[in-house]
Ligand binder design. Structure first.
Ligand SMILES: *Cc1c(COP(=O)(O)O)cnc(C)c1O
Length: 423
């Protein structure tokens, strides 16, 4: 039996209808922006393996840091203990984050980073004896697949089986161009009609919705409204963090600062699952008390895993090199040039670029389903041609590792152009 057949015996894959899905491709090796399957066919990983991998596969610098940590201290519990990798991650992140962020809590993935932020927002008011139980979130948001994260998420087929079992969430429109006022008004109305604890958002780009983008000025206005009403704000930078938007964080584009930030995905350079939620001093102080009941009773077994921390430290170092910053700028420029050349294509309705993220929408009659036939036709075409892209409905986006070469990028662009001819 080959790997794919052995996989089929026991394994259950994410977001997969096993009855209709094609068998998974068995990947045996990765290097830089490339992956190889068990028949030695090569693929360009044009979505950085679900947005986690900025520096390329099998990166030696991160691998060496991980090895060194594994042979020094692989793991120790974080309840009652600490270690240098965790302290260093905190010290380093404090230099990179907006300067109102003062405390940091480790968990394991983007969903748990969001879960922690939502629980902190709710308990912060509980600790003060104030009843605030509603969270505000954007339409078509994606914040993860655990329960509070799902509640905040607005992509309906991800969550429809669980309707009625969620914490209270009020949804407001995304302030995309032309819809800003509608979004501001909806936020104001929600704050008046509900006891709102927090507002969670993907800053500037909604990833899973299909790289939907909106302006920093609009986000600033929403954050101002929240600040005036003591509504806590949670920037979910799980996708946008660590350079994707061209700055270290999407929040670096705004004047107002969020109360909390959620980080994961590229945090460890795509190597080890780890996440961090960060907080203002004021939030931390809301739990600081002689009363043990006011503590944050949340934790995960592998909290602050030293090996993950070592990978994160190596990643921060790589991100800040001149060479990596130049790569981010190069990919961005390259996307802009491609945008110019594809924008007027008869089958393209809109294009957008931010940092290393490029997206185009294909003209369709009516709405294309998220996992519909157009999406599947495109996905299969890209795979056939050795490019990993996962279109969302009629939206094709690229979010490559920053180290992708110009030749590899050009192949991705040309394959997208060819795909437009077959749809
Ligand atoms: C991927 C993602 C999550 C969930 O992260 P997981 O590690 O998959 O749990 C949360 N928020 C955003 C914005 C994401 O892109």
């Amino acid at each position: 039996m080959n790997l794919t057949e052995r996989d089929r015996q026991y394994l259950w894959h994410p977001y997969t209808q096993h009855k209709t899905a094609a068998p998974p491709i068995a990947i045996v090796k990765g290097e830089g922006a490339m992956l190889w399957d068990d028949t030695n066919k090569e693929y360009i990983d044009a979505i950085a393996s679900w947005w986690v991998n900025p520096f390329g596969h099998s990166n030696r610098f991160i691998a060496d840091a991980i090895y060194k940590q594994l042979t020094t201290l692989e793991h120790v519990l974080f309840g009652g203990f600490t270690h240098e990798p965790a302290v260093l991650v905190a010290e380093k992140l404090m230099e990179l984050l907006p300067n109102n962020q003062k405390k940091l809590f480790f968990s394991d993935n983007g969903s748990t980073a969001v879960e922690v932020a939502i629980k902190v927002a709710l308990q912060y008011f509980f600790n003060k004896g104030e009843k605030r139980t509603t969270i505000i979130a954007f339409e078509n948001a994606f914040h993860g697949d655990t329960f509070a994260a799902m509640a905040a998420s607005g992509i309906s087929f991800y969550t429809q089986a669980f309707e009625g079992m969620f914490i209270d969430v009020v949804r407001i429109p995304v302030p995309v161009r032309g819809k800003e006022e509608e979004s501001f008004a909806a936020l104001r109305a929600a704050i008046i009609s509900h006891k709102v604890a927090g507002f969670i958002f993907e800053p500037l780009v909604q990833g899973a919705a299909g790289m939907v983008m909106y302006e920093a000025e609009a986000l600033d206005e929403l954050l101002l409204i929240c600040a005036k009403n003591q509504v806590l704000t949670i920037a979910d930078e799980v996708m946008t963090g660590f350079g994707k938007t061209g700055k270290t964080f999407a929040c670096d584009y705004i004047q107002e600062k969020p109360d909390m930030m959620c980080l994961s995905k590229a945090l460890t350079g795509g190597t080890i699952p780890m996440a961090i939620t960060t907080f203002t001093q004021e939030l931390f102080d809301g739990f600081y008390s002689d009363d043990i009941n006011k503590a944050l009773f949340h934790g995960h077994t592998f909290t602050a895993n030293p090996t993950g921390c070592a990978a994160a430290l190596a990643s921060f170092e790589l991100l800040q090199t001149e060479a990596m910053q130049a790569n981010i700028a190069r990919v961005h420029e390259s996307h802009l040039a491609f945008e110019k050349r594809i924008r007027t294509h008869t089958k393209v309705s809109t294009t957008r670029v931010l940092g290393v993220i490029f997206a185009l929408e294909i003209k369709t009659e009516g709405q294309a389903a998220y996992y519909g036939s157009l999406r599947n036709q495109l996905y299969d075409f890209f795979i056939e041609n050795g490019i990993i892209l996962r279109p969302v409905g009629n939206i094709v986006y690229i979010l490559p590792p920053y180290i992708i070469s110009n030749a590899q990028l050009e192949k991705v662009y040309q394959t997208i152009e060819k795909a437009l001819e077959i749809v």
